[in-house]
Design a protein around this ligand. Structure first.
Ligand SMILES: [Zn+2]
Length: 310
């Protein structure tokens, strides 16, 4: 027993502090909870060379902690599939930089939940109808039947649903629906994010930013501190970490950071994006550049979202 303990102690001494730090515990829902035991300083590895080198070096930095609120949007598939995995993935990423993020779920009242859900189902239906109008369905079904003559009526209807769904997810959002979505997210924000330093992560099936061109991917809003994470990104790696770098780098709630609002060329940077389809899961890289780190620590989303651990 004693020799095992000695070996263990030796291993702990040899490991850099960031690796030996075992802080926080995993709660019942799978999300990590950080308490009082956080280290004051840490060693972290950052990308310090520009592309194509993108070399990493160790820096010693103070630790930071903070709380981020999130909400599962009523009527979205996140109600069945918990976002805990996505949140835990982001916590693991930020832990490497000695930034300890607690997450708190926000709930709407039953009445409000019902209202938001109703609005969302209607919005989705309007989107479907505007991309594939009802009058096109008959012709589409006829074509599918000609291509698959052996399908039963039931299977054919399922194929029709699937086909319409595929067309809709590839389409861009019409302007009217785009602005209605944006307004809804804004009003949700006002309702829920007040006690969260006006910052909120929304888990919803698709997300639309005011960019101002309609985009449907997971994203961070420019004009207020809101991140939307879409349903396909349940299987993406570091998606929430990527958006949180955009968010934490903001100097003001309505403005993007100099480097952290942009995407990057280093292949090992979490801020590099080569994605072209919002509905296909995507794996972001695992590292952070020194510029992005500095900007996050300096700006802290414009609202002191993280604080130095003392
Ligand atoms: Zn991005």
């Amino acid at each position: 027993m004693k020799s095992t303990a000695n070996v263990l102690a030796l291993v702990l001494i040899l490991m850099p502090p960031s690796l030996q730090a075992q802080v926080g515990r995993v709660g019942e829902d799978g999300i990590k909870i950080y308490g009082e035991e956080l280290p004051e300083r840490c060693d972290i590895e950052l990308i310090v060379k520009p592309p194509p080198t993108c070399r990493k070096e160790v820096r010693t930095v103070p630790s930071y902690s903070g709380k981020i609120c999130y909400i599962v949007f009523p009527g979205s598939t996140w109600e069945q599939n918990s976002p805990a995995g996505v949140i835990r993935d982001a916590q693991t990423f930020f832990e490497k930089y000695c930034i300890y993020l607690n997450f708190e779920e926000k709930q709407l009242s039953k009445r409000q939940q019902k209202r938001y859900k109703k609005w969302y189902l209607r919005w989705k239906e309007r989107l479907r109808r505007s991309i594939v109008p009802r009058r096109h369905l008959k012709g589409l079904k006829k074509r599918l039947k000609a291509q698959n003559p052996n399908l039963s009526q039931n299977d054919l209807n399922q194929l029709l649903d699937k086909t319409v769904e595929d067309i809709v997810k590839r389409a861009s959002i019409p302007k009217r629906l785009h602005s209605s979505f944006y307004r809804k997210m804004r009003s949700l924000h006002k309702k829920v994010a007040r006690k969260c330093k006006r910052t909120l992560v929304v888990f919803i099936d698709e997300y639309i930013c005011y960019n101002p061109k309609p985009t449907r991917a997971s994203a961070t809003q420019l004009r207020f501190n809101q991140i939307g994470i879409t349903a396909p990104d349940r299987r993406s790696h570091n998606i929430l970490a990527h958006e949180l770098v955009h968010l934490l780098g903001k100097p003001k709630t309505y403005r993007g950071g100099t480097t952290s609002w942009e995407h990057q060329k280093c292949p090992n940077s979490v801020m590099r994006v080569t994605r072209d389809k919002w509905y296909v899961p995507y794996n972001f890289a695992n590292d952070l550049t020194i510029q992005n780190y500095a900007e996050m620590i300096r700006n802290r989303a414009g609202v002191k979202l993280i604080q130095k651990v003392k």
